[in-house]
Design a protein around this ligand. Structure first.
Ligand code: UDX
Length: 447
């Protein structure tokens, strides 16, 4: 067993995926959650949410005692050498960051370290605005424990870049490791830990050591640039829709192959969603505003993204006429394929826009997100069981999430089931020429 034991404080995507990956490499891990039921489920070897590859690792760990989940964070911290804060940092009503879970976890660390004599390393891995690790976590821990970073304890900030559906893969094969350090000793201890955990993989993975605040800002730099790339592609999709025969897919391919740019995240469509992009873009925007700097770029990124929902509904109206009394079908509700996550999904903005225009009959179908969509959208729409069901007697279908099963659809499938087969491709998955000559059709970024 590895010489350092680790406590993971928070069992969401980042926390649980890291915990099981560490334990799978012979590192003793104690995870902690305040949710008793979740702890029991984890200890029974059952993944509390779906994430590719997670259950398989949990199956492997079931017969070992290298990984456990408890509901007593103070005990978890006291019995380990390194504590990682992996709590959520949700968006407040005013769109700024809510640091209350970070604050309460720092308090628990302070209480635990008060009773502990050995050196302990505290690592913030949640996404937090610059200044939080030093000014909030470090300060609270010192106030409560009487111990000082740089002397009695180490303090690091290590941002995470996991995407949902790829959390295990991204944990095991990161592009780079960013280690923000209070002092040299803290950073070296964390680097030593990852040198053990990653072994040979680190040969292809740069480790960047920097101060705490720069590391905090790297994460925002990442998510803001990815969101900006998507809004940029969507702006060009809108340009493409101003003239015939321009296709944004080809344009972005041409742009993305420039070695300085790269083709990823240039996919135009119904807009980005998910638990991070809106939250993080809004958080850093609100943070900079509180410091007296107003971000014009990020404002535009969010506005363009919101407007893609209006664009989708405009296109539906252009094709099908007044939508008010028509049955409208939504293909896909989750924020991206491969997940049932509905947070900030484009479907929510599209449903609200349709309702604003007086549409009363909206039916949605998603292969995985029916239950979560019902929680999010309630009675605003009806929920179909399958593709046939969602298309039956419909007068306009809007493709919102690019699930594989939708990619198989042919123009005939729409013609067979719909009353009038008006189709809007919001993710550019259909063959434009084929669909355009076969039925009334519009696609983002091409007329
Ligand atoms: C994202 C970041 O990728 C990850 O690094 C970070 O840690 C958390 O946020 P995630 O939200 O899981 O991950 O999903 P991602 O695959 O990045 O997609 C986000 C949204 O962007 C989806 O709604 C997707 O449909 C949209 N998107 C993505 C586009 O509209 N066009 C693209 O080209 C790529």
């Amino acid at each position: 067993m590895y010489k350092y034991k680790v406590s993971i404080l928070g069992t969401g995507f980042i926390g649980l995926c890291s915990a099981v990956c560490f334990a799978d490499r012979d590192i003793k891990v104690i995870a902690s959650t305040h949710n008793q039921k979740k702890a029991e489920q984890i200890n029974d070897g059952i993944a509390p949410f779906y994430e590719k590859g997670l259950q398989e690792i949990m199956d492997r760990l079931k017969t070992t005692n290298i990984f456990q989940c408890i509901t007593d964070p103070v005990k978890a911290i006291r019995e380990t050498d390194i504590s990682m804060i992996t709590q959520g940092t949700p968006m407040r009503e005013d769109k700024s960051i809510d640091l209350s879970f970070i604050e309460s976890t720092a308090t628990e660390i302070g209480k635990a370290l008060k009773e502990k004599d050995q050196y302990h390393l505290v690592v913030v891995r949640s996404t937090v605005v610059p200044g939080t690790t030093r000014g909030l976590v470090g300060k609270i821990v010192t106030e409560i424990s009487g111990k000082e970073p740089g002397k009695d304890l180490g303090l690091c900030m290590q941002p995470e870049f996991l995407a949902e559906g790829r959390s295990i893969e991204d944990t095991l094969h990161p592009d780079r490791l960013v280690i923000g350090q209070f002092d040299e000793k803290s950073g070296s201890m964390l680097q030593e830990f990852y040198e053990y955990f990653y072994g040979d993989h680190l040969k292809n993975c740069p480790i960047l050591r920097m101060n705490l605040e720069s590391a905090e800002l790297v994460k925002y730099g990442n998510n803001c640039l990815l969101s900006t790339k998507i809004s940029y592609a969507n702006e060009f999709a809108n340009f493409a829709q101003l003239v015939p025969n321009v296709d944004v897919v080809e344009v972005m391919k041409g742009v993305g192959l420039d070695y300085r740019i790269n083709p990823r995240f240039l996919g135009a469509g119904a807009g980005f969603g998910g638990s991070c992009f809106h939250k993080d873009v809004n958080a850093i925007k609100a943070w900079s505003k509180s410091k007296g700097y107003k971000s014009r770029l990020l404002e535009a990124v969010l506005d363009i993204n919101d407007d893609q929902a209006i664009m989708m509904v405009d296109m539906a109206e252009e094709l099908a006429g007044d939508l008010k009394k028509k049955k409208i079908s939504l293909l896909g509700l989750a924020f991206k394929p491969g997940t049932d996550d509905m947070r900030e999904a484009a479907s929510i903005r599209i449903v609200n826009e349709l309702l604003k225009r007086g549409v009363t009959e909206i039916v949605g179908y998603d292969p995985k997100a029916r239950h979560t969509a019902e929680i999010e959208l309630g009675e605003k729409i009806k929920y179909a069981k399958n593709l046939e069901d969602v298309l039956r007697d419909s007068e306009c279908a809007l493709l919102i999430t690019e699930w594989d099963e939708f990619k198989e659809l042919t123009p005939n499938d729409f013609k067979k089931h719909m009353k009038t087969p008006n189709v809007i491709d919001g993710r550019r998955i259909f063959d434009f020429d084929l669909f355009n000559k076969s039925l009334p059709f519009k696609a983002i970024g091409r007329i």
